[in-house]
Design a protein around this ligand. Sequence first.
Ligand code: PGA
Length: 259
Amino acid sequence: MAKKLYFGSNLKMYKNTADTVAYLKALEEKTKDIPNIQMFIIPSYTTLERASQAVDHNNILIGAQNMCWEDQGQFTGEISPLMLKELGLDLVMIGHSERRHVFGETDVEENKKVLASLKHGFKTLLCIGETAEEKNFGISVEVLRTQLKVGLHGVEEKDLDKVWVAYEPVWSIGVNGTPAKADYAEEMHKEIKKCLNELFGKASKNIPVLYGGSVNPTNADELIVQKHIDGLFTGRAAWDAEKFDLLIRQALKAYANKD
Ligand code: PGA
């Protein structure tokens, strides 16, 4: 059977509650007939309660963009895993490039968040990626390996079915980003899977590794057909339900015709 493909979007700090709900409902309606894919959307915090109620989670998983590693305490401005659980969320994203590079989060902090997220039963999407400078120094693989080895330190085999990874090179993300070439993305995904195998052995083979960073209708097809890419984590090109639906269907067609 063909592998399950993952399609999702981080809405970043866009869309208010009404817009998020309308977007989710439209996206669910358009995509619910598509078999063998896993959809997920990660809206901003203030919309999450309504977002979680807006869709059938069998169709679209709903996630949070960040989370504190502690259940409660003197952590002003942070959101606890218990608070996210209360909203019925499925997934928590950890270590998005903007958390690391705008807000200065470290691999050690991402690790604490990963462990907390898994402890509370969330699917846990760890984002990793090298900067342009690191790529120019030829240390992309070393950077990715460090982010994986620290970020996933102490993860137990019993929790691996909840671990997802997104490879999002920092230089490829956002309005000033350059999309990674499909062969480069594939090479990095292969290295990521090799590292996951070193860390967790055979049990790592079901960890999905998604590509993100300027995914758009012109590059989605060549990315999704790569052997080690299990899905597309899309930003801007996904924020219109109709366009995202078309991108997914087009990518699936390319995937179905790849051999
Ligand atoms: P982008 O965002 O597709 O708009 O580059 C990707 C991301 O940040 O996840």
